[in-house]
Design a protein around this ligand. Structure first.
Ligand code: IPE
Ligand code: IPE
Ligand code: MG
Length: 231
């Protein structure tokens, strides 16, 4: 008998792409799309946790996104500040643990402080985790992990690297979703995503609603995960 997945994915990663095009289609500046995209985060987080997803990892800003025009980077950083200022109240009310993965030392000191304070306040919650990737790059993450092992005199193995990744406490993503019609990972969870199921949709991030998330979960449920074995 074929083994078919029946469960809801425990850990889902989302590459939230397509904000710029969403705005340009409306004759607006790209930052307008980022603003719409950040509003969408709320409804997807709520729906994800209501659907039984335990950990949601959202790709908000890549290590390579610094190369965008300063005006756009500033707009994104401003939205992140608003998010961490306001959203945390809701997160705490719903007993969600907030986590951030990426090199936050490169962020402005006030944003970094907000993030650290929010992570601290919510660290007691274990049921659901919202993990936001900011200034994140998977290659950098792997290099950092390996260097740490070498520095500590530890053996470099598949498992020891895994234990040094940002995602070590939550495990590997079962499903990675990318909105916005591109079929690539853009430096997102390259190590821990080795056996993740991938789901691509043309829907642009600001339009990715509850129904679209349901479709991705449905697709996951019908996947046959073999992990290299014959089943
Ligand atoms: C995703 O939307 C958000 C970030 C990368 C920060 P984009 O800004 O990449 O939107 P498109 O892909 O140009 O439409
Ligand atoms: C990936 O989207 C990064 C985020 C969604 C934060 P990009 O728009 O930066 O990816 P590329 O440039 O199309 O690969
Ligand atoms: Mg993009």
């Amino acid at each position: 008998m074929e083994e078919v997945n029946s469960g809801v994915p425990a850990h889902v990663g989302i590459i939230m792409d397509g904000n710029g095009r969403w705005a340009q289609m409306r004759g607006k500046k790209r930052s307008f799309g980022h603003s719409a995209g950040s509003k969408n985060v709320d409804r997807i987080v709520t729906h994800a946790f209501n659907s039984g997803i335990k950990t949601l990892t959202l790709y908000a800003f890549s290590s390579e996104n610094w190369a965008r025009p300063k005006e756009e980077v500033d707009a994104l950083m401003h939205l992140l500040k608003i998010y961490f200022n306001k959203f945390i109240k809701k997160v705490l009310k719903n007993k969600v643990r907030l986590s951030v993965m990426g090199d936050i030392d490169m962020l402005s000191p006030d944003l970094k402080e907000l993030i650290i304070a929010d992570m601290e306040k919510s660290k007691g919650f274990t049921e659901h985790t919202l993990n936001i990737a900011i200034n994140y790059g998977a290659r950098q993450e792997i290099v950092y992990a390996v260097n740490k092992l070498i520095k500590n005199g530890e053996e470099v193995t598949v498992d020891s690297i895994s234990k040094e990744l940002y995602t070590a406490p939550f495990g590997e993503p079962d499903l990675i979703i990318r909105t916005g019609g591109e079929y690539r990972l853009s430096n997102f969870m390259l190590y821990q995503g080795a056996y993740s199921e991938l789901y691509f949709t043309d829907v642009l991030w600001p339009d990715f609603d509850e129904t679209e998330l349901d479709k991705a979960i449905e697709s996951f449920k019908n996947r046959k995960r073999r992990f290299g074995k014959v089943i």
